[in-house]
Ligand binder design. Structure first.
Ligand SMILES: Cc1cc2nc3c(=O)[nH]c(=O)nc-3n(C[C@H](O)[C@H](O)[C@H](O)COP(=O)(O)OP(=O)(O)OC[C@H]3O[C@@H](n4cnc5c(N)ncnc54)[C@H](O)[C@@H]3O)c2cc1C
Length: 388
């Protein structure tokens, strides 16, 4: 029987090292400063794009690296582990880049992918609606045919980074399929389109990337704004949602690594009794537990990405959900443990952990909540009755 090594290929390891070096040269201090100043991570984003890191998953003929989700998730994990996560990577190259690659026309690929690959184009993604939430079958944003054009009308909520995006991929339904099970119609809408506006939603964690309520008031679009086939089915949407979940896991795993490293360093040096605090099992064991949970979480993320890259959409769907769940859990546990290890300093702004404690919670809510993942696993992996 042959054996399989649980290691990544040499190129992936080199990619991780290169990203860690670049993102580490910016680090958490850069992100914190930009956040305080109300600015974007433009320099880091452009630098990552220039080095080819943002488009590692985009096909080479459209300016990308020709890799897959295994590579892209490694990039995001390393950036986050260096204290400089890039939320828009979850959206721009992962969701939108993948959907265009898999479902777009040749013209759409040539128009959008090179910019998404080098970072000069940023794409946002809008599915969530105020009255639908986790139940995407209830979305009401509607596309109506008018001659050669489409007219889009609706409302979205919690849309990340539309203020810094050039284009937003909007999930709608067509007027012919206005109700019932979602038959998604996906539209690429330039953010300067007439009738598209947005309003900032203040959030209790602070980050350079912001969330917005988006208003789509009779936005007129040319026929070629539609990506994929309006009758093509839900797989076109999941061509992007499974990468989103894998990237959500990468974001959380990287954040957990960042917090764990900080906590371990602190535990090795902080001394208030005879020995450093890391000597005490009350401090050491929770850190060891996070380390174990983190390695499990990273493994399931790597498996989800490998299945996706192998073209196994069903397998990838199952494991992308599990990876997102595991990542959300370990990020929360890691941040909680890191704050506690730091004592009072854990909540002092100088140490930068308090804000991340709230940010880590995001991994349990978005892009799909912990409960919806448990519903999915109960039903699809375990064959239990559908509960929703
Ligand atoms: C920071 C941030 C960024 C985001 N960025 C984007 C973005 O860029 N684009 C985008 O489209 N969306 C975005 N979202 C939206 C995100 O995907 C949703 O918040 C998420 O899908 C949950 O939907 P909801 O907030 O409406 O919660 P709800 O659906 O109202 O759920 C509320 C609670 O009820 C639980 N619940 C709901 N249904 C069930 C059920 N059947 N069984 C058990 N429990 C259930 C949920 O798990 C949750 O705990 C973002 C959200 C946040 C917070």
């Amino acid at each position: 029987m042959s054996t399989t090594a649980f290691t990544e290929p040499d190129e992936r390891t080199a990619l991780r090292e290169a990203v860690a070096k670049l993102a580490g040269s910016y680090g958490h201090t850069y992100v914190a400063e930009k956040t305080t100043q109300g600015e974007k991570l433009t320099e880091l984003w452009q630098d990552m794009g220039k080095h080819g890191f943002l488009g590692v998953n985009i096909p080479e003929e459209y300016g990308g690296g020709g890799g897959g989700m295994g590579d892209l998730s490694a990039v995001l994990e390393e950036a986050a582990a260096a204290g400089a996560p890039l939320l828009m990577m979850v959206v721009s190259p992962a969701i939108v880049g993948t959907i265009i690659t898999r479902c777009g026309t040749e013209e759409q690929k040539q128009r959008w992918l090179p910019g998404i690959a080098d970072g000069s184009t940023i794409a946002a993604f809008a599915i969530t609606e105020p009255d639908a939430g986790s139940n995407s079958h209830l979305i009401t944003t509607t596309a109506t045919k008018d001659g050669d054009e489409w007219v889009l009308k609706g409302q979205k909520v919690f849309i990340s980074g539309i203020d810094e995006a050039d284009v937003v991929l909007i999930v709608s339904r067509t007027a012919d399929a206005k109700t019932g099970k979602l038959k998604p119609a996906l539209f690429l809408v330039p953010t300067d389109a007439k009738g598209l506006t947005w309003q900032h939603i203040p959030m209790d964690f602070h980050a350079p990337e912001k969330q917005f309520q988006v208003f789509i008031d009779d936005v007129r679009l040319p026929a070629d704004a539609l990506v994929g086939d309006e009758d093509g089915g839900i797989w076109q949407l999941f061509a992007g949602l499974n990468p989103e979940r894998i990237m959500g896991a990468a974001f959380s795993n990287g954040m957990a690594r960042y917090a764990l490293e900080k906590a371990v360093d602190y535990a090795k040096t902080r001394q208030v009794w005879k020995d450093v605090i890391g000597t005490h099992q009350g401090i050491a064991h929770p850190l060891a537990k996070v380390k174990i949970e983190l390695e499990m979480s990273r493994l399931v993320m790597q498996k989800a990405a490998a299945l996706y890259d192998a073209g196994d959409d069903a397998g990838a769907g199952e494991f992308a959900n599990m990876a997102k769940y595991a990542g959300g859990e370990v990020a929360c546990n890691a941040l909680d443990t890191a704050v506690h290890t730091h004592g009072g300093n854990g909540l002092a702004s100088e140490y930068g952990l308090g804000n991340l404690l709230i940010a880590a919670r995001l991994g349990r809510i978005a892009p799909v909540s912990r409960e919806m993942i448990l519903n999915f696993v109960a039903m699809h992996s375990l064959g239990l009755p559908k509960s929703y």
